[in-house]
Design a protein around this ligand. Structure first.
Ligand SMILES: N[C@@H](CCC(=O)N[C@@H](CS)C(=O)NCC(=O)O)C(=O)O
Length: 256
């Protein structure tokens, strides 16, 4: 979706880079990592998802789906983490976080799209195995959410998670299969080279490492993927990982 026109006009007066984000949100992690890698100054607007701070008319006026992250740059609102990190790369090209040649750039974008298109499966796995119960909404909270949320997929997801049975076995089985396919593909790429796209760290690594972190916290089995484990250790040596991922992560959610 990229750049949008917010209905909450207060944000259009903001100067500089302002990030609406959550500590444990993998989509927020990737934006914070890019900001750190590029040494950009930014103002934090932390949204506590566990307290449903995203479910307010003010926040839906910034992000029409009530999701984090949302970036405001000199009054311009950008949503969708993939679009946000591409926007930052274009506006602040140094140091470059994309390969020089066009074919590798295309490959990098394909990895970004794979993560974007499968986000609901990551969310399903994480909710089913770790935070679903804590994130369940009461009937009254669901009624407030329904009034604000126009996106049917998100409405259905939160209603199902908040039901007595929680997310269905079928949804979890589909999520697990899709994630296995994704990490099999990632394993193959990382067997061939150091980083996801060739020999340089890029937006592809920044996009996928938060998915490793989130799923590992939810006990997704990574033992079948030794090259993924080697790669995540390499990413963890970067200062941006500590600052943008670890320092923001609620301590009760971390698993090493
Ligand atoms: N495709 C979106 C997904 C954003 C998203 O689902 N964010 C999650 C946290 S990672 C969120 O805000 N969840 C709150 C909710 O579902 O109400 C992106 O990449 O920005």
């Amino acid at each position: 979706m990229g750049i949008i026109t917010p209905t909450n006009e207060d944000v259009t007066a903001l100067e500089g880079l302002h990030l609406y984000h959550a500590g444990q949100s993998n989509c927020s992690m990737r934006v914070r990592m890019v900001l750190e890698e590029k040494s950009l100054e930014w103002t934090s607007h932390h949204i506590d998802l566990r307290k449903a701070e995203n479910v307010t008319p003010e926040y839906f006026g910034i992000h029409p789906k009530g999701l984090v992250p949302a970036l405001v740059h000199d009054g311009v609102v950008i949503i969708e983490s993939t679009d946000i990190i591409n926007y930052l790369e274009e506006r602040f090209p140094e140091p470059a976080l994309q390969p020089r040649d066009e074919a590798s750039r295309q490959q990098m974008q394909e990895w970004l799209h794979l993560a974007r298109d499968n986000h609901l499966h990551v969310k399903a796995y994480m909710f089913a195995h770790q935070i679903g119960k804590r994130m369940a909404k009461t009937d009254a909270e669901l009624a407030i959410y329904r009034n604000l949320q126009n996106n049917e997929e998100l409405l259905a997801f939160h209603a199902e998670n908040s039901s007595a049975e929680g997310l269905s076995e079928e949804r979890l089985a589909t999520a697990t299969n899709v994630l296995d396919d994704c990490f099999t593909k990632l394993e193959q790429a990382l067997r061939e080279h150091e980083w996801i796209v060739g020999d340089a760290f890029s937006l592809a690594d920044i996009t996928w490492v938060p998915l490793y972190v989130t799923l590992n916290n939810a006990r997704f089995p990574f033992n079948p993927y030794p090259s993924v484990l080697r790669w995540k250790d390499a990413v963890r040596t970067r200062p941006s990982y500590r600052i943008a991922v670890l320092d923001w992560m609620p301590k009760d959610l971390i698993r090493d």
